[in-house]
Write a new protein. Sequence first.
Length: 253
Amino acid sequence: MGAGHAHQLYRHGVSPVHELPPHCKLAAVLAFVLVVVSTPREAVWAFGLYAVALAGVAALARIPAGHLLKRMLVEIPFVAFAVLLPFVATGPKTEVLGLALSENGLWGAWNVLAKGTLGVAASVILASTTELRALLLGLQRLKLPPLLVQIASFMLRYGDVITDELRRMSVARRSRGFEATGVRHWGVLAKTAGALFIRSYERGERVHLAMISRGYAGTMPVIDEVTASRAQWTYALTLPGAALAVCLLGWTL
């Protein structure tokens, strides 16, 4: 897991959040998401407190609101699904702005939006403060199966390589006067996808042979040993700990 260029989500900075070991941040985000998912949907105030807590972490990490909101656009498909729920769900109806909507659907939409948005926001903050290589080292430190770590490492490393290959093929098509304008051009695009798959497979074989010739035996060497002190663990688990207290209040009130 050698060094590589920073991914697009990462935002370089110097802050207490950036300086935390990656496995501490991974464990904190996972714990926070589990607590959020376990919170009863009727405890609307609890989700507001979660959002305030995440905003505080983002401010501590010096992540601009625009950066955070722009990266959260990946949630749009889930938002579209949530918007449809009040119209298709069954059960008692209630009138909202002249529309008869399902009460169960409204609660379901709120549940998806609130928990999904908080989960995406926490993930974006994690990605914005942690480099990909550090994330992989953190997963390894958390004893994730080595094979899964290697698959993730190769996927991240060679994703840009495949993207560049597709870009070169696209440039070659356009230089020959091809422009995809309708269904009749789908055949050409399908052939492009097939050629890209074959090129990727052949490149993967060459990379594998090169790795074996350099002594690869099924595991990647760990260049940096990531460790964390008790104080760093305590600092990282402050967010999920506070969220757990809010969740317990949500179930008792």
